[in-house]
Design a protein around this ligand. Structure first.
Ligand code: FE
Length: 228
């Protein structure tokens, strides 16, 4: 598989490019507006045709490039079935496979950070959006987030993947790039709880400030990145 992890320093967002081979079709996960020229250049260099651009959830900290990429490449824009972004061209359901040109991704509904978050599993790796981060978990205090759902998504869905599964989150603020399910189970401080209740208490005690861009990013992302 052809795989690239791309980074937006402003929002500490990771975006991911997947393709089966040079010259084939490609998919982008969680692309960031403003990086479109970079994505298009990379696609051109690797002779890839972008067929799908997907967001794991409605981001509050950066604006999505979904609409921009659709305009530039005529790709399909996708989000999970519960998204409120009317602009996406297709939605996927829990358990559904997104496939193209030799690459297959399985969508798993993993609410908690938001009520419409999905994770995407491809072979030996999982793209966890903001539900499971490296040594952290996504906040659950806005956009219909719910710490109990986050616990359930992490403990009963993601941590059931094989221990060696690579974990690729949508963000990292400390410089980590990849982890594994086994490593997160052992080393992620948020996951060292004895019960769902203990996790809920921990998450409800975080009291984080809202992301700087939230008031702009969320409405724009409901329009696939079109700023009013
Ligand atoms: Fe998020």
């Amino acid at each position: 598989m052809l795989f690239r992890q791309l980074f937006d320093a402003e929002s500490s967002t990771y975006s991911y490019l997947l393709a089966s081979r040079q010259g084939g079709e490609a998919l982008l996960i969680d692309p960031v507006l403003g990086k479109t020229p970079l994505y298009l250049e990379l696609l051109r260099e690797l002779e890839l045709q972008l067929v799908i651009a997907v967001d794991t959830h409605t981001h509050a900290d950066h604006i999505t490039a979904l609409g921009d990429l659709r305009n530039a490449t005529a790709c399909t824009t996708m989000m999970g079935e519960r998204t409120r972004a009317e602009c996406v061209s297709a939605r996927f359901r829990d358990g559904e496979s997104l496939g193209f040109d030799g690459v297959k991704l399985r969508a798993i509904y993993t609410p908690g950070h938001t009520d419409e978050s999905f994770s995407l599993v491809a072979d030996d790796r999982v793209f966890t959006g903001d539900v499971l981060l490296i040594r952290g978990t996504g906040r659950t205090d806005f956009q219909n987030g719910d710490p109990r759902q986050s616990y359930d998504s992490i403990f009963n869905k993601l941590l059931r993947l094989p221990d060696e599964t690579l974990v690729y989150p949508a963000h990292d603020y400390r410089g980590n790039t990849v982890s594994t399910i086994g490593e997160e189970r052992r080393c992620n401080p948020r996951l060292q709880v004895q019960s769902a209740d203990e996790y809920v208490l921990l998450m409800n005690g975080l009291r984080l400030p809202n992301p700087k861009l939230m008031e702009i990013a969320v409405p724009a992302n409901l329009r696939c990145g079109r700023v009013a």
